[in-house]
Every structure is written in C-alpha cells, then in structure tokens.
Design a protein around this ligand. Sequence first.
Ligand SMILES: C[S@@+](CC[C@H](N)C(=O)[O-])C[C@H]1O[C@@H](n2cnc3c(N)ncnc32)[C@H](O)[C@@H]1O
Length: 451
Amino acid sequence: MSDASASAVPATPATSGKAGVALSRVQRRAAEAVLGVLVGANADSALARLDCSGFDGATRAALTDLTYGTLRFLGETRGMVRLFVHQKPEPLIEALLWIAVYQLRHSKTASHVVVSQAVAAVAEVNRAAKGFANAVLRNYLRGPEEALTRACERDEALWNHPSWWISRLQQEQPEWWEAILRGGNGSGPLTLRVNRRRSTAETLCAALAAKKIDAEALSAHTVVLRRPRPVERLPGFRAGDFSVQDAGAQLAAPLLGAKSGMRVLDACAAPGGKAAHLLELADIDLLALDVDATRCQRIAENFARLGLRADVRTADAALPAAWWDGRPFDRILLDAPCTGSGVVRRHPDGKWLKRESDIAQLAAQQRRLLDALWPLVAPGGRLLYATCSVFRAENSQQVEAALARHADMRRIRINLPGDPASSGGQLLPGGNRKTHNHDGYFYALLEKAPS
Ligand SMILES: C[S@@+](CC[C@H](N)C(=O)[O-])C[C@H]1O[C@@H](n2cnc3c(N)ncnc32)[C@H](O)[C@@H]1O
C-alpha cells in the first residue's frame, strides 16, 4: 500500500540548478540508475557510475530523490506502466516511463512538464519511440486512480515489495506483515545521536533553532529533524557534536551495557555508528573489526571527527585465529551482515536487489560468525546479536539454533520501547511513527554462563 504523503517531493522545474540542466537529463540518469539496481548494483553505486557532468549539488539531490522515490514505489509504477504497454519497449525507455509515472503520482511537478521532458528523454534514446511514450503517459493521465486500482490487483503493486517478500512475511508474521510492509514504504526521518562527550540534545536543538532548523529532542541524546537536510551543513557536525543514526540503531550500545574499563569487541563495525556510540557511553577498550578495508577507513574517519579512540582493524571476524590475542571480551557486539530488510525505507533499492535465496546464504554467514565469536566471550560476559532484518531465519530462528548449540549460552530478556512486536527482540520498521519512529531491527542479548 503506498504512502504518497511520505514521499511527496517538491516540484522540479524543467531545468535544475545554476547550470540549467534539463529535467529530461535528470530523468534519463534516474532511469539508468534504476536499471542499474535491477541488474544488481546498489543505488548509490549505480548513481556514482553515471555521467553527471554539469550537475550541481541541487541537481544531484534531485536525481537522488527521483531514483530513490521511483525505487520506493517501483511495484505500483511498473504495474501501472504495464497496463498501457502492449509490447515491452527497450529497457531504458520502459524505465523512463516508470520515472515519469512516479513523478506524476508522487511529485508536485506539473504534469505537462513531466510528460514533455520524459518524452524528450525517450526521443534521445530512440526518436521512433516518442509517440509511443507520449501515448502511454497521456493514457495514464486520463485515469490515474483507475490505473492504480487495476495495477494493485497484483500484490507487488499494492505493497511495493517483491511478491516473494510479501508471501514470506505473510507466513512468518501473520500479525505484523502489513505493518512491516507499510513501514518499509515510508521514509525515515533524519535522526541524530548527540555525542554526549561533547553536547546534549538540548544544546543541539538550541543551535539548530538559532539557524531556523526545526528539530525535536526525543531523549537527552536523540534529536529528530522535521525536514531532512544535508548533514554536513548542520551546526556542530564537523566538530563531532553528533552523528546521524536511526533511533532503532541507537538502542544497540545501551543494550550491550559496556562499562568503563571493559574489553569490548565490535566484530562487524563499519562504518562505525554503533561502535562510536559505545565509545561515547563509557571508557572502554574497544577493538573494532570489519572485513572491508574501505569501510574500515570510514570507521577511522568517524572516530576522528567525534574525538574517539579505538583499535580499528580489517579482519574476518569469523577467523579469530588471525587477529585475536587470546584475551576474552567482556562484551561483544555482533551487528551481523544481513538482508537489510528492516531498513528499506532508507534503502529502497534493497527491495529489488535481494533474492529470496540470499536469506539462507546470509543466515549461514551469521551462524559462522556467532559460532566463531562465542568462545571469545568471557565467562559471565555478553554478546549482543543484531540485524537490521525482519526475516525470522536471520533473527529468532538464528538465535534459537545458537541457544541449542551452546549449552553455556542464555538469552537475557530485553525491553524494546514502543513496539507491540518487540517482546521477541523484533522492532518493526516505522515503529508507531509518533513517539518511536525507527527502522526495523532485531536484538538478542546473549550471556555466557560464569565459569
Ligand atoms: C550491518 S553492517 C555494520 C554496521 C555497523 N555496526 C554500524 O553500526 O555502523 C555489517 C558489516 O559487517 C561487515 N562484515 C561482513 N562480514 C564480515 C566478517 N566476516 N567479518 C567482519 N566484518 C564483516 C560488513 O563489511 C559490514 O560493514
């Protein structure tokens, strides 16, 4: 079910930015990016590969919005275009039609501008297809609501998720599947975690208010902005006063409960959001690992900006023989690689990139990590297992199987705020949107028996 209000994007003029880039060029680049995602690239790398010469910051932002918006509503958009297309056109032309239909439905750009620009973009790809594109878009405009109703006879259009994803959730979460899908189609707020070594939510809100930026303190160290904006330009970002972090992700560090003096491992740490939070909360001896060297650089950069220090190393956490000095850890955070099915409101490309078979592969990787790291937990110590997924195989089933394999492992009950489904460790994406607006996360706190 679409949530048009969540994605209503401002009007884009026929030209964008100081250089006056034609909307047709932006539409074409967005169509190329969406196609890039459908052949397996994530949206950011598909966008990074495009020739955007002459695009200034505002035009790039418009391109990103158009690409992400189309991906968020790709189910209904594809479904509606399909109604008016009797012979499948070449992929780039079809993708341009998706872009235009998305804009017609979800942006405030005048429909004649969207259509004329999209038709111009199609003509650049194939002059002979101009009339066809014009006819499809005009036919759509004759009855957009009816088109939506007809398209939504298919679940993929109704819920804007792949059909395997919908069926799986219906089976696994009979009570919550609709809330999960709806939450995944929303758009997450810009949530900040204040670096408590440097500031407070109150001080940050005052600094934002001085710049006429509307923000609200959700807790002593969490601030939500009413409207998203480039984070680098917010007061105090460069000085390390805060980080961008979803409210659900901000639960990890307090749940792990690391105290000053403890030896702590963040096994899958990049880009370092949760690791930085751990360091802000207590004076711990932290080892932050990630298997990806480029992403490890981002951990180091984030720590430097925030004025935090830890041992950052590139290593495979599942092979401790290569990096562990034999001293046990009081606390381990295992924020495992996962499908990301809980964070699709921020990464809508994930809905179309993942295959159902990825779940079993990732679950095997998660199991390997859990089993490799468990022996490193000190007697009486704790490991927080976390994913940003909503699929059981990565979450409750993974933890139940681990409990069955390890006699010295027990699960500690945790309270997750504001979610009816949270008792099992699962935060629903979107939360209740008013007091708790977060991505979908899973947390299980596991304690090792004292020796
Ligand atoms: C969910 S992300 C971690 C996010 C991070 N905890 C944060 O809050 O910023 C998962 C990370 O696991 C890393 N990863 C995947 N397999 C790994 C392995 N075998 N060992 C260490 N890191 C791994 C990925 O490179 C990725 O950066």
